[in-house]
Design a protein around this ligand. Sequence first.
Ligand code: MF3
Ligand code: CO
Length: 259
Amino acid sequence: MGSGLLSIKTADDFAKMAVAGRVVAELHAEVRAAAKPGVSLKALDEIAEKVVRAHDCRPSFLGYQGTYPATICASPNSVIVHGIPTDYRLRDGDILSIDAGAIYQGWHGDAAFTMGIGEISAEAQQLIDVTEQGLWNGLAEAKAGNRVGDIGAAVEATAAPYGFGVVQGYTGHGIGQAMHEAPSVPNYGRRRRGFKLREGMALAIEPMFNLGTPDTAVLDDNWTVVTADGAWSAHWEHTVGLTPDGSFVFTLPEPKQVA
Ligand code: MF3
Ligand code: CO
């Protein structure tokens, strides 16, 4: 984590984060359209890298910590996050999480979604939809004066009625001129507790819900995070900026006010 608190100081900073976010949204749209049975995860990564570079951005994941080898994380089925795009070809009934980050003139956007491939089970669709709802419920709490515990509590409460496992070992984060800044943003917590949010901060909120337990394991590639019990997992993420005029999600075609 860096120390980039009060990330967004000017309208120019806001505009640059909005560009980075829009490019991530464009990447998501192109990958979503291409993700069909028979298509490999590597093919999706190639599409993603082209989108980023076509918009004068750089992929933030590529070379991350010196070793991450791709533009996207592609995490099918029981992979929670950080799946390296392989030659695995998507199959009807799979679910797939795509996570991606772009840097525009030094400013970061970071977002993820989970989709079904072909026809998926009702249970898998519910996992996807509830995890996305957890993200929006967390984003609604991302406002100056609130605390990170307000976000975590809202995310956690979304999963509770369904009995989904809420992953604890990986969290959201501050973001701005680095992909990962303080504070850490857990998907669980207690209202009115934790780091106090201020105008100028930007956060990446990223719930990960499992059909089984919250427990995780890392594969031998040292990146791929899977569920310990093999149950399927969903992941959604947006980058949100807290401004004097309210909180705006950047990782969409246009900034959208959420708080
Ligand atoms: N969106 C993820 C995160 O916020 C992905 C980064 S991992 C990487 O941590 F290695 F792919 F960069
Ligand atoms: Co992130």
